[in-house]
Design a protein around this ligand. Sequence first.
Ligand code: FAD
Ligand code: DLZ
Ligand code: SF4
Length: 531
Amino acid sequence: MASRPAHEKPREGRVLRLVLGDQLNRRVSSLTDLDTDGGVVLLVEVRGEATYVRHHKQKIAFLFAAMRHFAEELREEGAEVDYVRLTDAGNTGSFTGELERALTRHRIARIVVTEPGEWRVWEMMQGWRDSLPVPVEIRADNRFLCPREDFARWAEGRHHLRMETFYRGMRKRTGLLMEGGEPLGGRWNFDAENRKRLPKGHRLPDRIGFQPDAITREAIALVEQEFPDHFGDCAAFSWPVTRADALASLKHFLAECLPTFGDYQDAMKGNEPFLYHALISPALNAGLLTAEEVCRAAERAHREGAVPLHCAEGFIRQILGWREYVRGLYWARMPAYAETNALAASRPLPWFYWSGETDLHCIRQVVDQTRAHAYAHHIQRLMVTGNFALIAGLDPAQVEEWYLIVFADAYEWVELPNVHGMVLWADGGVMGSKPYAASGAYIDRMSDYCRDCAYDVKAKTGPTACPFNYLYWNFLIENEERLAGNQRMAMPYRTLAGMDDGRRKQIRTDAARFLDSLSADQNEAQVASVK
Ligand code: FAD
Ligand code: DLZ
Ligand code: SF4
């Protein structure tokens, strides 16, 4: 709680509870005493948040729709809600400006807010304690299972922060999938069983979408009008924007997809963006669902016999493990974390990350579906657009900005560790013991993309060879000094050492030709027109 100079008299008035657009949960810490203390709940649509990066249109529409529905639900409950719309007269466009204006509209004694997800906003909040004329109480974010301080304690003194160690601690702490202090089924991790390719002719489950209601349609129209040049379109918008719909979406996933989720967790298929994935990350990250309830529901489904253990574990690990871990890492290591560039990568982001116009069929698939749905699943993000960015040596800052823009679930606390650490290894190994570099063979094994590609995934060199193949070896050559000593990279470096000079030279030539053609493609004006 902020202290105030002793000579100042406490202001009389009510509590102002600021709820940010990704804190839309009735149990969020800023609202826990709403019933007893009352006060005014403030929600604000501000241009600054929609444009600090030029978010995908669906992300902005999703959040505005969810904020408007949440405000209605609070009102129905009897709460006093002050809702500022983007186009309201006098809207200053920033959280700070809107707090200042709210203090002129209401007699306020103190402000209560839950800590934000992003460092950028955290810094802003620190400023409020000095600049605003009332005390500002910043409460811990209770939507996560691991408090920031607990993660910081765990991370203290460790250079490498391995997810698996953290995850086991979280299983013990929560008792999820535990029996008598031991992991259910005798193993912590069933990852090895979660790597199947989709069989030919496999019938995927139908997915439920949510038809935009009048409030959501209005939010979409607002976004089309105010942010017409942002990336993406809203034609296929079908995200759940209320807690009730998010719960319906979770229920559908648990019944129809989770029993098979684990098997095909890493699979990819042309024109099939969703497969068995949960599609809950926008709702989860905005507060419509909580990590705890989702994990408990998945565990229950297993204990009731509806879901095999490897599927329940594979899913729970993503949330209890990865999601909590990246959030903890972000807060433990920011702001320095974002600044490193361990592999000194500097190539500009190719234009096809926006347009999808490329002969690399796998990239085209992921970019096109991302434009249409503001969604790509984990392996697409990691092993297609991510892997390409790594082995082509793309500038981490530009890649990170792209990931923050294009997905409906993107917030820096989750995007940055995944991109900077897991994908680009720009943190020099804090997060992952080795870079996830892979050749075209991985994509071919896990998808049917290569079948429809102009390149030949089996060819290693030459103009028709899959660029992932020579870029992979070129990446190893370029980073030999930095990576050859890494135990986990020993095998590929042994293979590289066995290559004759001619092969190495050919790899370098193919890679240079391809990468130079990318640079030639760069065109700022074109990029702006596609965004
Ligand atoms: P499912 O595959 O069904 O998984 C269930 C849930 O597990 C997800 O909803 C998510 O909450 C959690 N989860 C899974 N993997 C991760 C992970 N690596 N980190 C954190 N949570 C995870 N997720 C985001 O929410 N926002 C991002 O901005 C984001 N950026 C990413 C960038 C890259 C390069 C990579 C490799 C992953 C990123 N992820 C991000 C993680 C993951 O890709 C998405 O959470 C997932 O695709 C969301 O879809 P889903 O709900 O269908 O997930
Ligand atoms: C992402 C986003 C957008 C586009 N717009 C708003 C907004 O108008 N009002 C708001 O309260 N929050 C918005 N957000 C979410 C914030 O960016 C998010 O709360 C911060 O990044 C902190 O995590
Ligand atoms: Fe992607 Fe290479 Fe396969 Fe084409 S051949 S889809 S570029 S992995």
